[in-house]
Design a protein around this ligand. Structure first.
Ligand SMILES: [Zn+2]
Length: 112
């Protein structure tokens, strides 16, 4: 298994991968469905033929609406902070550019 299983979003318990081999009725080979199921509350991920995708389904499920709203708000706040950081950086550059110009002007005045 490559990706680590996150705790169950409903009760915080561990999840486990279950495999179900199902025949399609035509070929001798079975199809293996992978599902992550919580060991305590038995909530489960969307099943997938790939174990990796089943793990991804379990790890990226949406939370209940009120929790999802908080997560989205936090993401927006993070983007806002990046914007503010960029603005502060640009402001600092502008201020130092203005100071450099003022110093040049001052030198011109004293020498000229
Ligand atoms: Zn659970």
């Amino acid at each position: 298994m490559s990706e680590k299983l996150l705790p169950c979003p409903f009760c915080g318990s561990d999840g486990k991968i279950y495999h179900e081999d199902i025949g399609d009725g035509y070929s001798k080979e079975n199809i293996r469905w992978n599902t992550v199921i919580c060991c305590v509350c038995y909530s489960e991920s969307k099943s997938d033929l790939s174990e990796k995708h089943a793990v991804k389904n379990w790890n990226t499920r949406h939370y209940p609406p009120e929790i999802q709203a908080v997560i989205e708000a936090a993401k927006k706040l993070e983007r806002l902070e990046i914007l503010v950081d960029n603005w502060n950086e640009q402001e600092t550059i502008l201020i130092s550019a203005v100071r450099a110009l003022e110093e040049m002007d001052a030198k011109h005045e004293t020498h000229g």
